[in-house]
Design a protein. Structure first.
Length: 233
């Protein structure tokens, strides 16, 4: 099959799965930013993320990550084999972005950060629901409220518990910085692979990618920073 057997096909799969993950990041960020509205608004956003339609996206998202990661390793291994002992742009005058040369390493950091993030939020919110267990166990143990005036605020309480820890917040920020480098290169590279590109749009996709990556990453970073500075909490 062309998509699986050819180098171009594998890059197409990488591009499509990567763009899908960017869309999910934008949705996730939109919900996170509801923290700035109120704990109740964030609770409603998390309830929306738990609706059947969005919940059905979780296994699709997981599959997208697995495909993206597996193909990243496959492409990287084939590129190393093809180059042999030659390194990036050994005799070429073409400047290669730092992010382009380190996409696999950045991806591994992003993957580690994702696992860390899921262990603090998904494992406390959605996983217990799937297993029929009690949700928000850390919130319950801490004594922070699950509801206020009948409105769910447990997700906000969980965020307080998580980001009041300086080490956790710093790890989260480092993760998002690695994500910025990965996205800023991956976005325009995906459109280049898909052929939606020319001499004019090359620059435009790069700039659009930088804007989207910066908005996404600054948005995510603002959450732990706001808790550490007392803006949220």
């Amino acid at each position: 099959m062309w998509l699986v057997d050819s180098s171009v096909g594998r890059k197409v799969i990488m591009s499509i799965s990567g763009l899908f993950l960017i869309v999910f990041l934008l949705l996730h960020l939109s919900v996170n930013c509801l923290m700035y509205v109120s704990p109740e608004a964030f609770g409603l956003g998390c309830e929306f993320m738990g609706t059947p339609f969005v919940s059905a996206m979780v296994p699709v998202l997981a599959l997208g990550f697995v495909i993206h990661i597996v193909y990243a390793f496959i492409l990287n291994a084939r590129n190393l084999k093809a180059r042999g002992k030659e390194k990036y742009a050994g005799g070429s005058k073409t400047k290669i972005d730092w992010a382009a040369k380190n996409m696999l390493a950045l991806g591994v950091i992003v993957l580690g950060g994702l696992a860390f993030h899921m262990s603090h939020f998904w494992a406390e919110m959605q996983l217990p629901m799937f297993l029929g267990q009690e949700e928000y166990s850390r919130v319950i143990e801490s004594g922070l409220p699950l509801e206020v005036n009948g409105e769910l605020v447990a997700p906000y309480s969980l965020a307080i518990l998580t980001f009041s820890n300086v080490i956790v917040s710093l790890i989260y920020i480092v993760w998002i910085c690695a994500l910025w480098f990965h996205l800023s290169h991956g976005f325009w590279s995906a459109f280049q692979t898909l052929g939606v590109n020319n001499r004019v749009w090359y620059t435009r996709w790069r700039n659009i990618g930088l804007i989207i990556s910066t908005i996404v990453c600054l948005g995510f970073i603002s959450i732990p920073v706001s808790f550490l500075l007392g803006i949220l909490g």
